[in-house]
Design a protein. Structure first.
Lengths: 165, 165, 165, 165, 165, 165
């Protein structure tokens, strides 16, 4: 049995993320989609809500398990018995960053490999940060995030008094 | 059972290639390392000799099968029952090319995924074309290719009257 | 009245090219789509046939004029009274090349501007050279080139004995 | 009549910006140069002062109108009847970002095109953020910003107690 | 006598930095390794401690002098009689940034050249920011920083209550 | 005494090359500008004529010595007692290639360092290959090459029957 983890911020999950998860889930027996709960980085959604949105968006995938983690990705991967870290890549500069991270993770945990999965061209321009920027400015983000995320995004921004500005 | 193919020119196989094959072989049940036999591109070694060198260099890997193929990579992958194409990436510009190829292959055969495996930092600067250039100019390439390849490279260049020039 | 030229090899024209031409045609009063007839570069199709395919593929655009040219792009642009050169860009490395060309063209003809038009994400991975490679290997290229080009490509490769190899 | 908008932070306007505006103004009948008034991003100059500096620097261009806007660029562009967004690009990584933004803007407002205008080589290394860094450290920025901006930059940094530090 | 300066944040110094300093020290008669004391950027270590760590790590290099500076790099270089700024580069995007900085520094001080020294492949993925991230998350960073830095990093993060989180 | 070599094709030398040579000559006691005489690559000018053009263009630099070489750059550098290879870089993709070459050369000859010198922004878009392309098409290249080269280029292309085509 081969187990993979797909770590990220997922703040919030986009249709590009879902596409990566769907494709990765076909390649491994068990796939953990893992929200990095980093207390030092300001996120729009708390980790639990990011996990909840991921679960809603991947409910149709039986071998996908969504959860949050703290600490190093390689430690988390080992705790799950995984030997593969999966990362989606949209562009050459994504790759440049991932090549560096893969180099460091390899020295931290030589038995764990990093695999890069190219994002589908249709989602190559979708970035969580830009999605939030558009949503804050009142634009529709339905094309880029699953329905449940679009609704939660509106609610959260209204709670923060951000939408319509 | 999950089957992957790792296609390339392998003209000749380098230590960087062997590193990628060793790591990919741990991630899949069966790995085909496949020499593209492209009659329109000038190669230093004929396809059969490239396959022979690959076999020597991967003899310690029981689930690796080396062979040559003609035609489209996706057709070859399907003929082997593979659902994954593995490609090593050394640098952002490698990635840029692979993202384009993955995009096209995905439209040719939607069921086959491309996974990019980052080259180990120790081999990130090793390229078959530069290896050949150094060998032709009489430099030692022992650090970059397996022993058997180094010997065959010398023989072939002597046969072509190229070494020492 | 503002006139633009959109120069290229178009060997052959792809759906990505057609998309660029359609969008550029809305931005200028008259758009010349110009095939560079470079006798020093080996092309699959002769310049006249490339122009013919472009005319078929842009027949629905009344303000588009397809023709071939020799010599410098800036000289050609000036001969048509154009003050803009339009180039489609798919990726950062496309841009790198275009920034250099724009720098040189600007010094050759300071009055002529280069404008880069981003390719639609759906076509960001389509390249004439890869299209030809796939066609030679017997793959279907219908997703990437207009119908008339697909047919001509098959005919030409059969004439050259290339398909099916 | 063709209308374009050239949006940006312009904090402050540089000679590179002015060069882009001058060249874009020749290509369109009316050009709006628009300061993004983003209350979530810390700017050195308030939006009104950035507009004032732009007006001073582009006073010689009769078909250029400087103003500020809030909200989405595409909404602003539509409010002005524009069908083109113009962005200056200095380098491949500028392009990478712009290709992503263009992809998102295209889906938000399919009728509006993004055109990238290569910065003149003489200004390819000028960035507002680096200009401010140099000015804060007491260096002369006269080569990179118009005269009026240089003066205002000194005044503002003195008011903030920043110069000479 | 030729004098060079090697400026940076060094927050903290890594084995990659030490490698660059060792190699640069062989190429010039005197090499100043200079910590930018930037009061506007949040650093983990105060400038004096960064200098102390550099001194410990370069104690074996007789022609290397470690110190801190404020203000512009080119002003500092001139104050030391240097005509060369040395910068290590790990990747194409490092280079892109350095090409811009070199362009600006050249206009600030035409007599001072910037030379880029490629990082050894073994350290190409080591970045101070990632080292700190790993250390905060409780991972071992011994492979990437000198021994003295590893110890100080642990102490500092304990003092800040950061380790183990 | 520190000796550097600046190797290249110089087919032909451009103003960008001369700028790099002038600046490098100030940083080292002796600078060899070395034309790679590669019999496997088609050059427009024979190696001797490329050396002659370099000598004319650098006649004002007393510590510069122009010559040709065959074989590996590192072997040539060692034969001249040099411990530095200088390479001009114009763009991130230039850097990417140079980082790979530097990695390989370092393993061939660990004592020899590669230093990258950023091209002046004014010449960042000048490439010998594009210069030749423009010259062949009858354009003026006076802005990009020294006077003597411009003349020789015209003569050679006339001899080959290339100009005016």
């Amino acid at each position: 049995m081969r187990i993979a983890v797909c770590p990220g911020s997922f703040d919030p999950v986009t249709r590009g993320h879902v596409d990566i998860v769907e494709r990765a889930a076909r390649l491994f027996d068990l796939l953990y989609v893992a929200v990095l709960d980093n207390t030092r980085k300001q996120a729009l959604f708390p980790a639990e809500e990011r996990v909840a949105m991921l679960r809603e968006a991947t409910a149709h995938l039986p071998n996908v398990c969504c959860e949050s983690f703290t600490g190093l990705v390689v430690d988390y991967a080992q705790s799950r018995g995984a030997d593969v870290i999966i990362r989606g890549v949209r562009s050459p500069s994504d790759c440049e960053y991932e090549l560096q991270m893969a180099g460091m993770n390899r020295e931290l945990a030589p038995g764990i490999e990093t695999l890069l999965l190219p994002t589908s061209p249709a989602y190559a321009h979708v970035r969580s940060s830009l999605v939030k920027e558009v949503a804050v400015l009142g634009g529709s983000v339905d094309a880029w995030v699953p329905e449940n995320v679009s609704r939660r995004l509106r609610e959260r921004l209204q709670a923060k008094g951000g939408a319509g500005r």
